[in-house]
Design a protein around this ligand. Structure first.
Ligand code: ZN
Ligand code: ZN
Ligand code: ZN
Length: 123
């Protein structure tokens, strides 16, 4: 008889006290402003949040993620909709994001984010 053992670890160190409403997207980070800019990245164009493939939550940047969570940021697949515009909350995949502006509200993104490409996306 085969014994299947499913172990699910879903323990978050700091879980926000929000009810389960998929319509409201929460961006996590340190010293966030209303557009999702954080302590680490806060120029005018640092408005995107990125989803970690392990905890499935959006973070202003990987440094915020690693400071809040007990695991390292896990990159998402490029085809996953893992990028969130902090201005209009439009969700996009890597290809949309790499156009360097939001396809919905046309706010420019920070082109220097491409330097951290392999942190946020599987290559
Ligand atoms: Zn994570
Ligand atoms: Zn940050
Ligand atoms: Zn937008």
């Amino acid at each position: 008889m085969a014994l299947q053992n499913h172990l699910q670890v879903a323990k978050l160190s700091k879980q926000p006290s929000s009810d389960k409403n998929d319509a409201s997207i929460v961006i996590h980070g340190i010293q966030l402003d209303s557009y999702g800019r954080c302590l680490h990245y806060h120029t005018n164009n640092d408005i995107v949040a990125l989803k970690c493939a392990q905890c499935h939550q959006y973070f202003a940047c990987y440094q915020c993620h690693d400071a809040i969570m007990s695991h390292e940021f896990m990159p998402a697949k490029p085809e996953d909709k893992s990028v969130l515009c902090g201005v209009c909350h439009h969700i996009m995949n890597y290809q949309d994001y790499s156009q360097n502006s939001c396809p919905n509200c046309h706010h420019a993104f920070n082109p220097r984010c491409a330097l951290h490409h392999e942190i946020y996306f599987e290559s």
